[in-house]
Design a protein around this ligand. Structure first.
Ligand SMILES: *[C@@H]1O[C@H](CO)[C@@H](O)[C@H](O)[C@H]1NC(C)=O
Ligand SMILES: *[C@@H]1O[C@H](CO)[C@@H](O)[C@H](O)[C@H]1NC(C)=O
Length: 394
């Protein structure tokens, strides 16, 4: 990957003005290099991807927790999925990651909790994402059962031990060095922590202090992943949380919460600095921010341009309900294709398709076609949890 270092540095400069495109370019570079290494080793058909995240990326981990309050394995979730069944995905159909994986011709990695350490899947990619998770351990605590980011990393550590046992230490190290790590976290640290009056962090810290805490915590978590062999890391920045339906209702007038969007932009800016510092300090590290904020904001501000009719309320009409989830007794909108938001926190299948395709197209036009594979979780990270002491996981 050394030969790509200059390119990555160039993209970092470019990124000052075109964060999304720059992120895509870096993703492309990383994925391309990965494919070259795969092609020469002839081992597997697609990039090995390990996914860490929250409800935007969860594909069924929380279904394994009887007591979890952050679950989506009931109607109407999955109503537009290929099987028409709930899967644990927090949307009516595909996640952004599902769409990206399909475009790249690889299946979405399976949920960690569905696997045994004897499965070949551990060598091919795993999804550790869990609805309710945040960067901080205390985030999501009221969902009772879920995998915090630190726990997700610990499960990756166990996975690596199993990989070593299967293919030997040197091969395991190479597999981990070559894999892609896609991380989408942070939304719940706001929606289900800092912005919740009953959680301590919001009382204890100013926003500047809170960002420092998130930044320092993420710093140690990314170093932990690096020590476990991770090199190519894509961190999905937080989307415009102030504009998700559960936040708009708090304005009283249906407007986006400006201060929440400002918080999120500040977080994304600090993480960009953090990733640059880690790349400079850790040999071989290639960590980038995929800034989904402008992509999702564009959809919210110009829904008609993309075939939507409504971006300021949810299809399930649950914006102000406790939990904000689409429940079996919810009345769905007439045309689910018309809505950017499925429930009070999560984007719809149709929106996820557009967001994923938009990122794919940007990538295509910048590379003159034939984008390299870079599957994954949500490259855009948007909505998440709830608003009262009751659960609604992001
Ligand atoms: C986040 O970490 C980076 C790298 O250490 C640093 O440059 C930046 O100032 C930090 N931001 C905050 C708010 O602590
Ligand atoms: C959404 O926007 C439309 C058009 O501006 C407006 O009529 C409607 O009241 C808004 N809905 C909500 C829930 O704010």
């Amino acid at each position: 990957m050394n030969s790509d270092h200059n390119q990555v540095v160039r993209y970092h400069n470019y990124q000052k003005h075109y964060p999304v495109m720059a992120a895509l370019l870096v993703i492309h570079t990383i994925a391309f290099a990965y494919m070259v290494s795969i092609a020469s080793s002839g081992v597997s058909a697609g990039p090995v991807t390990y996914i860490f995240g929250d409800s935007m990326a969860d594909v069924g981990n929380n279904n394994h927790f009887p007591q979890s309050l952050a679950k989506a394995n009931y109607p109407w979730y999955g109503v537009d999925y290929s099987t028409k069944q709930p899967t644990g995905r927090f949307t009516n159909g595909r996640t952004i990651g599902d769409v990206m994986s399909a475009r790249f011709g690889v299946p979405p990695p399976p949920p960690y909790l569905s696997l045994s350490m004897n499965d070949d899947a551990i060598l091919e990619g795993i999804n550790f994402a869990s609805g309710g998770a945040g960067i901080l351990d205390e985030t999501g605590s009221y969902f009772v059962q879920y995998l915090s980011f630190n726990t997700q990393i610990s499960y990756f550590e166990k996975t690596k031990e199993a990989i070593k046992f299967r293919i030997g230490e040197a091969e395991a190290e190479k597999l981990c060095n070559d894999a892609l790590y896609l991380i989408g976290l942070g939304s719940n640290d706001y929606i289900n922590n800092y912005l919740q009056p009953f959680m301590a962090d919001g009382q204890e810290y100013t926003h500047d202090e809170f960002v420092m805490l998130l930044n320092a915590t993420l710093d140690s978590q990314l170093k932990r992943l690096y020590d476990l062999g991770a090199r190519k890391i894509v961190f999905n920045g937080i989307g415009p949380l102030g504009c998700i339906p559960s936040q708009r209702v708090k304005s009283g007038t249906g407007q986006c919460l400006h201060h929440v969007n400002e918080y999120v932009k500040e977080f994304n800016a600090q993480v960009t600095k953090l990733l640059a510092a880690l790349n400079a300090a850790l040999p071989g590290a290639q960590m980038v921010l995929a800034d989904s904020y402008p992509v999702v904001m564009e959809l919210i501000e110009n829904p008609q341009k993309y075939g939507f009719k409504i971006s300021n309320t949810s299809c399930c009409n649950v914006d102000s309900t406790v939990g904000g989830m689409c429940l079996p007794n919810s009345r769905l909108c007439t045309n689910r294709r018309d809505f950017v938001f499925w429930d009070a926190y999560h984007t719809s299948d149709a929106a996820n398709e557009i967001i994923a395709n938009k990122m794919f197209a940007d990538l295509n036009s910048l590379t003159g076609g034939s984008p390299a594979p870079a599957p994954g979780p949500g490259l855009a990270s948007t909505p998440h949890l709830r608003s009262a002491p009751t659960p609604a996981p992001l």
